[in-house]
Design a protein around this ligand. Structure first.
Ligand SMILES: Cc1ncc(CN)c(N)n1
Length: 224
């Protein structure tokens, strides 16, 4: 089991059912076995490129909502990782399939995509850094867990680039850094015993909703 910090482990345990649906979705299992149709994968990847644009905006908002230099540094590193590293995977695979970057950028956004990213942005607009991080965490760490598991369990090479990206040291380090940011931000605003505070239930609820929106995103991937 991954070690992405104390708060993440508690939030994941509180969202056990949806978390399993997310990290063991048929789309994920299709990448593991190589049975996922290429058209579904490319459709997902194009939507995910659009997702990452809005997700980067949400992490930029985390810089705005930061209260310390350490928080700003962690949030800005994540923005940079998304724009300069993670999106490269999408650009590279799509280019190899004959989909140029301008077409990728112009991909019409599906409702499931819009619902998820705007939920995350709204959590940040109307709340503080904790509300925003609770909505951002399932995305970052979920793919970290999926990547690690598929790196050992995959029985096909078809989706090896995707699996290699999310199981890479760079991506795993980013998950650990976000876990540390989450713990640090909670401790600063609530205290060491943050899970006993009245705010905790609401933060876990936000984490759970974001996890459910991840499930919908995979489902959207299966229906080009
Ligand atoms: C929908 C989704 N969720 C998570 C990730 C991993 N950052 C992603 N690229 N796309």
């Amino acid at each position: 089991m991954s070690d992405y910090g104390k708060a993440f482990a508690l939030m994941r345990d509180a969202a056990q059912g949806p978390w399993r649906d997310y990290t063991r979705h048929a789309f994920v299992e299709g990448m593991k076995g190589g049975t996922l149709p290429r058209a579904a994968f490319l459709h997902y990847l194009r939507q995910d490129y659009v997702f990452l644009i809005h997700f980067s905006r949400a992490w930029a908002l985390a810089v705005v909502k930061s209260e310390t230099h350490a928080e700003m540094l962690a949030a800005s590193r994540t923005v940079n990782g998304l724009i300069s590293e993670e999106m490269k995977l999408h650009i590279g695979i799509c280019e190899a399939e004959g989909i140029p970057q301008d077409q990728l950028f112009a991909t019409p956004e599906r409702a499931e995509n819009l619902a998820y990213t705007r939920f995350v942005l709204e959590a940040g607009f109307s709340g503080d850094l904790l509300d925003l991080l609770a909505a951002l965490a399932p995305c970052v760490m979920g793919y970290g867990e999926i990547g690690t598991r598929l790196a050992t369990e995959a029985t096909s090479d078809t989706y090896r680039d995707w699996i290699a990206a999310y199981s890479s040291d760079d991506y795993q380090d980013a998950c650990v850094a976000v876990g540390e940011l989450l713990d640090m931000a909670l401790t600063r605003r609530i205290g060491e015993n943050f899970e006993a505070s009245p705010r905790w239930t609401r933060l876990c609820h936000t984490f759970r909703t974001a996890t459910e929106l991840e499930v919908n995103f995979w489902q959207m991937g299966l229906t080009p």
